[in-house]
Design a protein around this ligand. Structure first.
Ligand SMILES: [Zn+2]
Length: 135
């Protein structure tokens, strides 16, 4: 026969100990505890663990460890700042290069536009001069 190692209500025991249950739920757990050995054992474990935790004094770290950690954090920050500066320079160089390329393309475009206009003006003159007998 398989023995039960866990009760379905044991999940509520922490809340019961911490007084976080609604009154009717609290009464229900109290009544259940009288008949359930598993939950009584679990409840005792929770209470013992809570006592153990609250009896521990605050853990303090040795001074050299604090200094070591702070030195590491500071050096990481410096590395990060250096990377950000490099990225900023790279971005500036890239945007400058793009601006130059766009300028060259645009000047090329304007040159083409200009020659189109000149061709068109020449055509216009030729058209009228044809009728005016200029040719
Ligand atoms: Zn139980």
């Amino acid at each position: 026969m398989k023995s039960r190692t866990r009760c379905k209500l044991s999940d509520r025991l922490n809340a019961y100990v911490d007084n976080e249950l609604k009154p009717d739920e609290k009464v229900m757990i109290s009544n259940h505890l009288q008949g359930c050995l598993l939950c009584r054992q679990e409840l005792q474990n929770i209470i013992s663990l809570n006592e153990l935790i609250s009896s521990q004094s605050e853990v303090t770290t040795p001074g050299y460890l604090n200094q070591k950690i702070m030195a590491r954090v500071t050096s990481l920050s410096a590395t990060r700042i250096q990377l950000m500066n490099n990225l900023r320079k790279l971005t500036l160089a890239a945007s400058l290069a793009v601006s130059i390329c766009l300028g060259l393309l645009f000047s090329q475009f304007l040159e083409n536009q200009q020659s189109d206009i000149e061709e068109w003006a020449l055509g216009y003159d030729s058209f009228y001069s044809y009728f005016e007998g200029g040719y």
